[in-house]
Each structure stands twice: as structure tokens, then as C-alpha cells.
Design a protein around this ligand. Sequence first.
Ligand SMILES: [Mg+2]
Length: 193
Amino acid sequence: MMSTAENIKHYELIIFDFDGTLAEYKTGTIPDLVQAWFDKFNTEKPDVKLAIATNQGGVGLRHWMVMQGFGNPEQYPTEADVMNHIGSVMKKLGITHKICPVYTAFRYQSKKSGQWGVPADHNDPRWSIKWRKPNEGMLLQAIADAGTSADKTLMVGDWPHWAVSDEDERAAAYAGCDYLNAEQFFSYCALGE
Ligand SMILES: [Mg+2]
């Protein structure tokens, strides 16, 4: 594999997946290498923009269950639960929403049947199908908001030992940006050194 460290300098935007990448799914535990990277980022303040793009289909499943009266919606998070959780991890990483905008996809899709849940708001992109990874909507929005282009953007997805799907890698391919998994990215510590 080519040294990723040399290549990091070429990126203007790094988009991180959240669950399974910045923090362990459910427990929210932050891997030491992730914390170390953000500590270094905050100290050195390199000229690269950050974003988080995360599928949070549990919110959509809860909404669907409530609207159609099935299942056990209390088992799934509300939008506020999700944003609080992400906010608490970001606080530990020392980053704000201004430094690192958060893009969330709430729409639920059944992995088994492929069926889509109902959106809470048809006009809110967070509930759109095109925002749910592996679709590229969130990534394209992050790229546009950062004022950069796909070829100067890197998507960082799940640690291989936590990975449950290839949705991040596929989303990166659809958006036209490069992809590294968390092990490749954080182990090389990046920031161009
Ligand atoms: Mg993930």
C-alpha cells in the first residue's frame, strides 16, 4: 500500500463516518488512535476541513414504528438522543459543529427486505433516500458546504474489525472521492507527517 501520510496533504476535506469509525457503535468508546489524531489536529490546526456523515436509521425506524403502530419504538433513539450522543463524542474529541459539521441520514431502510421507512419530513434532506449511505447525498452536501471538490476529499469509514457493511466505501465511490478505512487512516496518523 502507498503511504497514506504523504497523500493526506492533498485533501481539503476529510469526511468521517461516525459509528464504528470515530466511536464504537452503542458504547461510544473512542479508540486511542482516534483521540490522538484529534488531539494533534487541535494542536496543529492544519488547513483541512472536517465533516461527519452518519447514517442514523434507528431514528427513522422509530418514527416508522410510531407512525404505523408496530414493533417497539422505545428501543430506538430519537433525533435528540442521536445528536446528544454525537455531541458528547465530539466534545471529547475537542471539535465543535463549526469545525466539523455533522450530516445525518435518518431515513430507515430494512436490510432484509430493502423496504424504506416513512420520512418525518419530505422537505428535510436528512430524511431523503439520497442522503442515506451508500447513496452519496450527504457527502456531496459536505463537499459543497466546504467549498471543495470530490477529488480533494477523503472519506474515512469503519475500523475493519467493527465494519458491518461497505456503505462508506461505496458512498465514497459514488461521490467520486477517495476512501480509507479507519485503521489505514488513524494508524498512519495523517496530518502530512
Ligand atoms: Mg460505520
